[in-house]
Design a protein around this ligand. Structure first.
Ligand code: 13P
Ligand code: ZN
Length: 286
């Protein structure tokens, strides 16, 4: 394929001017503020990626290949020529809330799926680099494409209430943690009927955590990294945030009850199953 290297035709400056992208920047600012207020984004914690490929024509995206090329540690053939808006590594969500464009970058995956072109949000190229969890984000984004999912967003946050649960020996399995969610807050069954995937502690930012996450995300739309945080996918940032929020609420109810010195009753296994049947009927339009 011929690449457009004519600077006159370079689309880099136009990326952020797209109406869809500026709307997205507003949404990012709002979610970044929520993450900060919830206490789920201490320091530079948390990151996200958004597949924005469909918002640009092939020609527009191809013109981005004049930007610096950076090799990827893995190969993502199904992401060839896909374009992502990704939070910068080291980004403070509280700062992103005020200036989203200053803390994001575009990642345009090359044709081989093994490198990408970087376009920084503040136009000072090189100053904003994608999240250190890039391998996990691209792996999940590729999986979403393979699954023909409507989800375009991957959101990672340090959800305090969920991390705290993984510090308790009783909740170190997928089964135990999901039973707790469903029994503490019935609507968890509506939002996350398949439950959350559980990944035992692994060093953040590695290929290992990316691979383990991918295995779980085949069956779940949210996963928890033991003693670290969570990942959720959704059609947009708000949808991914909602999943984390409802799970956190469930965990919070548990901790609040425990803080009284009394074990919460929870729903019984039979009540949970009745709820599952009821909600699955609703989602089929019965
Ligand atoms: P980044 O600042 O590189 O996105 O890292 C934050 C984080 O939460 C790592 O897991
Ligand atoms: Zn993290």
């Amino acid at each position: 394929m011929t690449r457009n290297r004519d600077p006159q035709m370079n689309f880099t400056n136009g990326l952020f001017q797209k109406v869809e992208i500026s709307k997205m920047l507003n949404e990012m600012a709002g979610i970044a503020q929520y993450l900060w207020e919830k206490g789920w984004a201490e320091g530079s914690a948390g990151n996200f990626s958004i597949n924005v490929t469909g918002m640009f024509s092939d020609t527009e995206r191809d013109s981005l290949s004049s930007n610096p090329v950076i090799p990827l540690s893995g190969k993502y053939p199904d992401l060839a020529r896909a374009l992502f808006l990704i939070s910068g590594t080291g980004t403070r969500m509280r700062e992103m809330a005020d200036n989203p464009m200053g803390y994001v970058c575009f990642v345009y995956v090359g044709e081989s799926g093994s490198d990408y072109h970087l376009i920084a949000g503040n136009q000072d190229e090189g100053s904003v680099k994608p999240t250190s969890e890039l391998a996990t984000h691209l792996g999940i984004q590729q999986l979403l494409i393979q699954q023909k999912s409507t989800a375009k967003v991957v959101l990672h946050a340090h959800v305090t209430e969920l991390i705290a649960l993984t510090q308790l020996p009783a909740f170190k399995t997928e089964e135990a943690i999901n039973s707790l969610f469903w029994s503490m807050h019935p609507e968890t069954m509506l939002f996350v009927p398949e439950g959350i995937g559980f990944i035992p502690y692994t060093i953040p930012g590695t290929e290992t955590i990316a691979r383990a996450t991918l295995q779980e995300l085949g069956r779940h739309k949210a996963i928890i990294w033991e003693k670290h945080g969570c990942i959720a996918v959704g059609a947009n940032l708000a949808e991914a945030f909602d999943i984390l929020d409802i799970l956190a609420k469930s965990a919070k109810i548990y901790f609040l009850c425990k803080s009284t010195g009394i074990d919460p009753e929870g729903l019984s296994a039979a009540q949970t199953e009745t709820l599952r049947t009821y909600y699955s009927g609703l989602s089929r339009g019965n």
